[in-house]
Every structure is written in C-alpha cells, then in structure tokens.
Design a protein around this ligand. Sequence first.
Ligand SMILES: NC(=O)C1=CN([C@@H]2O[C@H](COP(=O)(O)OP(=O)(O)OC[C@H]3O[C@@H](n4cnc5c(N)ncnc54)[C@H](O)[C@@H]3O)[C@@H](O)[C@H]2O)C=CC1
Ligand SMILES: CC(=O)C(=O)O
Ligand SMILES: [Mg+2]
Length: 372
Amino acid sequence: MIIGCPKEIKPQEFRVGLTPNAAREAVSHGHRVLIETNAGAGAGFEDADYTAAGAQVLETAAEIFATAEMIVKVKEPQAGERKMLRAGQVLFTYLHLAPDPDQTHDLLASGATCIAYETVTDAQGGLPLLAPMSEVAGRLAPQVGAWTLQKANGGRGVLMGGVPGVGPARVVVIGGGVVGTHAARIAAGMGADVTVLDRSLARLRYLDDVFGGQFKTSYASAGNTLELAQAADLIIGAVLIPGAAAPKLISRAQLATLKPGAALVDVAIDQGGCFETSKATTHSDPVYDVDGIMHYCVANMPGAVARTSTIALGNATMPFMLALADKGWRQACIDDPHLLNGLNVHAGQLTYYAVGKALGLDVISPTVAIRQ
Ligand SMILES: NC(=O)C1=CN([C@@H]2O[C@H](COP(=O)(O)OP(=O)(O)OC[C@H]3O[C@@H](n4cnc5c(N)ncnc54)[C@H](O)[C@@H]3O)[C@@H](O)[C@H]2O)C=CC1
Ligand SMILES: CC(=O)C(=O)O
Ligand SMILES: [Mg+2]
C-alpha cells in the first residue's frame, strides 16, 4: 500500500502522524511511505531520518494526498486537506466529528473511508489510540491551570501547593478516566488539594483503591459537581462519552457563583467542551475570560509537547496502521471489531451512532458499511 503522511497544518500543531520508526516498519512490510518535507521537524525528526527509514520525502501535501492510498495524520483534516481527500482513500487520524458539522459534511462528500483514532476500542473497554494523548493532556492540565491561576494571566493569584501557613489551591477534576487520573496525580504532586468526580462508581472505587490519600473522590451528581466547583480555584473538565458531544456540566449562569479568577481547563473541548462557555482556543491564544472566570480550551494540548506526544501516539497507532496497510481497511476491520469501532465515515455514509445523534444525521451500521 502507498501510505502518505502530510505535515500538520492546524495552528501550533507540531506532532506528526508517522515517526521514522513507524515508517521503517511499514517499509519492512513491503509498503511505500511518502512523507511531506519537514513534517517531523516540530517533533525533532528530520527528513533524513525518514529517508534512512526507507520513506520518500515529497515537497507538498498535494502530492501526498494525490498519490497515497491511506493518509495517516494526527489532527482532524483542515478544510484545505478535506478538499484533497477522494473516494476509495483511507484517512486514519483523530476526527472528533460530534461537535464539527463542517468537517463531517466534507468527509461525507469526499467519499473517503475515515477511521477515527478516538473511537477505536480495546478488549478492556478502553480507547487505546486516545489514551496516550489523554495521558499527555491530563499531565499538562494542572501545569496550564497553574499558569492560568497566576495573576498576570487573569487568574486568582493562587499557588498550587500553597506555602507553609497558607493552604494549597483547591482543584476539582470532573471525569476520572485517563485524562482525569493523570491530571489528579500531577495536581496532587504539585501539592494541591484535589477531588475527582465521576459518574462511574466502579471508577471511583478504583481511584480510591489506587490513589486514596493522594486525592479524594466524589460522585458526580449535579449538586456535588456545583458545590465542589464553587469552592475550587482550578476546575479541570475531563469527561467523555465516546464519540458523543460532551455534556455541559457548568452553565453560564453558574459562572457567577464560582470564585472570581478561578480557572477552567476544558480538556474535553475536542468533543465540544463540558462547560457551556467553552470554545476551542489555540496554543498561540489559549485563555479567555467569561464573567471573570478564565477559560483554557486548547483542543490539541499534546501538540505543546510534540516530541513526547508523537512518540507516544506512534507507539499506539503503529499496529493498527500496519494492519490497515497489510490487509486493506476492510479485511483489517473484519478481523478486528475494535478497529471497526473506529470507522466513522465510509463512502458518503456516517457509520458512528453518537456522531449521527449529535449532528442529527442518518447513520448506517459499520457492519453493513463494511460490506459495501
Ligand atoms: N484537549 C486535548 O488536547 C485533548 C482532549 N482529550 C479529551 O479529553 C476527554 C477525556 O478523555 P479520556 O480521559 O481519555 O476519557 P475516558 O473515557 O478515559 O474518561 C472519561 C470519564 O468521564 C466520565 N464521565 C462521563 N460523563 C460524566 C459526567 N457527566 N460527570 C462526570 N464524569 C463523567 C466517565 O465515567 C469516564 O470515567 C475526551 O473528550 C478526550 O477527547 C484527550 C486528549 C487531548
Ligand atoms: C486527542 C486529541 O484531540 C489530540 O491529541 O489533539
Ligand atoms: Mg480537535
């Protein structure tokens, strides 16, 4: 198969979809790998690293899209990239379609087969291609939250760990999955007073067993969530209903009841955000103020640590990328129902129920689509 990897063009996105190691493995499986010049530079990989791995470096994204049978990326294709997709081509990347009708319509119109990293599953009930970036974003969240809390950045002027004689920041993490667990660990490590909320009692039991003493847990009823949020300096949004638009857990009216200068870090922004007032921001202008509450809503947080993130993502995507290339997407998805769960769009049809529900669009079953 011809596998193509363009340079990411989302603002301040320095990750790359294929590492030189992934390219080397694909070449050793008999595939041809095309990479856009400088695609890996932001993650510390030079064109020469790819050439040494047996890949071919091309000058433009247009050549990659025109030639490759499968495009491997990191972020959702931007408008110009979507115009270059075509019927029969496979796109393997993050998509986050539920909050993004424009992208969804363009992917449907392209006729391409689009497999979303974030909805591929594993046998343990996890999301193996979302998990590495959730680990990164979770660990970054207290770091960016601490920065947002600084007075010069619009925050309350509260130090995460406090000092002797002055108590620590109160941090509330809503959603105790991968992002939430990593966020809570790092915030607790910074000395903050941390509580994690979740709707899953099984998850809260697990967190209490493993991390009891480092941070507290609380059931995420609307009442508990609001009460803890009102006492918090930093609130980290980390909920997920796979593939679906994030539920809104703090309304605009409730902002007035939070502490002035409190910081909201909405990691769930890539699924539309879990605070009513969240809107996606970029690394170049990450924070904005609504009613005196500072919002950090960067949808590609892991791009800030592009080298760590690229290698972590590449470790997770490589076996799936090789299966798609070795067997073709159809056979790979027949052999692996977890990969089939990643199918969001095929040949002009939507194949992921939660996306259809969020956007009011018709959906066909992926098991039907795979036979078309
Ligand atoms: N902004 C960024 O750069 C990044 C964003 N993300 C996003 O972060 C979000 C969280 O991802 P993961 O931690 O991997 O998901 P996960 O599935 O591991 O955890 C989500 C948790 O939310 C809980 N939950 C669902 N509804 C809830 C509610 N109403 N109240 C409280 N808890 C609730 C679930 O029980 C689960 O434990 C996703 O939207 C993901 O796409 C992930 C990586 C990077
Ligand atoms: C998960 C995601 O959207 C990201 O890593 O940018
Ligand atoms: Mg996004």
